[in-house]
Design a protein around this ligand. Sequence first.
Ligand code: HEC
Length: 159
Amino acid sequence: MARWFALLPVPLVAAAALGRPQPAPVPYPEGYREWTHVKSMVILDGHPLADPFAGIHHVYANARALEGLRTGSYPDGAVLVFDLLEAAGGEAVYTEGSRKLVGVMHRDAGQYAATGGWGFEGFAGDSRTQRLTTDGGASCYACHQGQAVKGYVFSAWRK
Ligand code: HEC
């Protein structure tokens, strides 16, 4: 038994003893408002996604994520942003209110292997540092898993 254990490569022993290393925190998507706008959607109270996604959201893609939307395969470095704003008004018109959160999917197949190769994070309001996930993005991934055949992405590119 001791001899068999000694034959295991050192990193494997270390990984077994310490568990998987923690993935790096998902970076704040600096400059995403100047990326490509993919689509927008309004979610009102009563919709299954209203808690916590009620409001007006816009989806943005950086150049690599745009490549993924077009080909179906997302290279490392692809970033998608879900920019959620309050839906203000409501009397026959809704306008953008204050920002509720910035949802991020950051592609790094190795780093975020446990969540489909995507790092999931939410940033509260206009904050670049106040993070919203407490489970390493597992609950985000649980819902996005339904889109596994599309690289875990719901949004599609349109003309
Ligand atoms: C209950 C289901 C559900 C959960 C949980 C969820 N999402 Fe999503 N997410 C969606 C849906 C549906 C869309 C597509 C919205 C649209 O079509 O405009 C989406 C879109 C996105 C997008 C734009 C790319 C895409 O897939 O269309 C990002 C980025 C995103 N979500 C991040 C997150 C993050 C980060 C979390 C966790 C904090 C999260 N999501 C949790 C359902 C979910």
